[in-house]
Design a protein around this ligand. Structure first.
Ligand code: PLP
Length: 364
């Protein structure tokens, strides 16, 4: 098979070296005589895998010791409910920043549990930008502020973290970082809780990671199912029930791979270069359009349209014939979307850009 480059938004491309290592270790992990899939999650082998992942992620992201790191299931979508179930702490309101389809889902779910104040929204511009923090109309009684740091479908990303004066620091910021976690350095202390589904930039589907400041746990509202209570998972080191062991193992390999790339500051530089290659072409060539405001464009998910949507299918077919796959835009928006997660090599982006130039020349 020729080299292909996979631009899927998620589940998404994984580093080739990681897949090769997983293949080598598939039948017999480190001489244990077992595949990782066959191990007891409480045995010493798997314990060493999950502990190494925790240590590596803490080191990579620089997670302070008063934050717990949890390995859960149910996808990022489970966090849309788990956050209000746990973080309201007796209050009845929460602030949400509405920047696109994923924040919309978080908002819809939160409304089942509390009064949602839309503190800011970019709906007036079809979700093509991030409302600046000085435009947020926060509710003084809100239990937390929720934002989506990268809108995977709309291609809109926060290139900043919210910052509050010390005397107003008591309302925790909660962030859905599913599609840009580990793509750049992160100041965890600006947040009370961070969650991310693994299948975008961390590993395979089936795992969601949660980073929670420990003082925020322990206040689940009455009736919260045991599995939806952060404190239960903290008390049990994410082993209250069987965690998604194979997804944890692969995420561990991805994390080690990322450390070998030089960590988050280094991968950020590569991600900046990759995104710039594609945006430069889109902006230079009137055949392609990206609707997102320049300063809020995502480095991870780049939506674009062709001058004539009637050419979409031909574009996708020819891209695929050139080994450039999964470029079709989300069903709700159409057009194209190129996801450039950490594991997408810069060569893949360069080849996409070459293909797009040729396609534009032939079909303009
Ligand atoms: C993919 C995604 C989700 C949903 O993840 P699931 O694992 O399917 O629940 C939520 N938020 C963002 C930003 C995403 O990209």
């Amino acid at each position: 098979m020729n080299q292909t480059y996979n631009f899927s938004a998620g589940p998404a491309v994984l580093p080739r070296e990681v897949l090769q290592q997983a293949r080598e270790e598939m039948l017999d992990w480190h001489g244990s005589g077992m595949s990782v899939m066959e191990m007891s999650h409480r045995g010493r082998e798997f314990t060493s895998i999950i502990e190494a992942l925790e240590q590596d992620l803490r080191e990579l992201i620089n997670i302070p010791s008063n934050y717990k790191l949890l390995f859960l299931q149910g996808g990022a979508s489970s966090q849309f409910s788990m956050v209000p179930m746990n973080l309201l702490r007796g209050k009845t309101k929460a602030d949400y920043i509405h920047t696109g389809q994923w924040s919309d889902k978080a908002i819809k779910e939160a409304k089942r549990y509390c009064q949602v104040n839309i503190a800011a929204s970019s709906e007036n511009a079809r979700f093509t930008y991030v409302p600046a923090q000085d435009q947020w109309r926060l509710d003084s009684n809100a239990a937390y502020i929720h934002l989506t740091s990268n809108e995977t479908i709309g291609g809109v990303e926060y290139h900043w973290s919210p910052e509050f004066p010390a005397n107003k620091n008591d309302v925790p910021v909660v962030a859905d970082m599913s599609s840009n976690i580990l793509s750049r350095p992160l100041d965890v202390t600006r947040y009370g809780l961070i969650y991310a589904g693994a299948q975008k930039n961390l590993g395979p589907a089936g795992l969601v990671i949660v980073i929670i400041r420990e003082d925020l746990a322990g206040f689940a509202q009455p009736g919260t199912p045991t599995l939806f209570d952060y404190q239960v998972h903290i008390n049990n080191n994410s082993m209250y029930n069987t965690p998604p062991t194979y997804a944890i193992y692969i995420t561990g390999l991805v994390t080690k791979w990322l450390k070998r790339q030089g960590g988050l500051a280094a991968i950020e530089q590569t991600n900046i270069r990759k995104a710039a290659l594609l945006y430069e072409l889109i902006d230079a060539c009137e055949f392609y359009q990206c609707p997102v405001a320049k300063h809020d464009r995502s480095r991870m998910n780049i939506p674009f349209t062709l001058k004539d949507p009637a050419l979409d299918n031909m574009f996708l077919e020819q891209a695929e014939a050139n080994g450039l796959i999964q470029l079709k835009g989300h069903r709700s928006v159409g057009g194209m979307r190129a996801s450039l997660y950490n594991a997408m090599p810069i060569d893949g982006v360069a080849q996409l850009v070459e293909f797009m130039k040729e396609f534009a020349k032939k079909n303009a």
